[in-house]
Design a protein around this ligand. Structure first.
Ligand SMILES: [Zn+2]
Length: 84
């Protein structure tokens, strides 16, 4: 996949995402945040990918401080941008 990103992914905006695949490395659950979930996050004040990742947590695992959460996050960026 050719995706030229000149700046860190963490600075990108949520509106650039089509979905986010989250896998919990503790229990193996995986879930996908689609357009609606991302839109809800935006409405609640989460605008960047970095903020989103910071707020992610597994629903079934006991809640642990952020830096000990073991979540694998795979963003799907919108690729429907063209330059004319
Ligand atoms: Zn879990």
């Amino acid at each position: 996949m050719q995706n030229s990103v000149a700046y860190p992914e963490s600075n990108r905006m949520l509106c650039e995402l089509t979905s986010v695949q989250v896998t919990c490395e503790e229990c193996g659950r995986s879930n996908s945040l689609g357009f609606e979930a991302l839109q809800r996050a935006t409405f609640s004040g989460v605008y960047s990918y970095e903020l989103l990742v910071a707020r992610l947590k597994c629903k079934v695992c006991p809640s642990t401080p952020r830096r000990w959460r073991r979540l694998r996050v795979r963003p799907e960026w919108r690729l429907d941008y063209t330059v004319e």
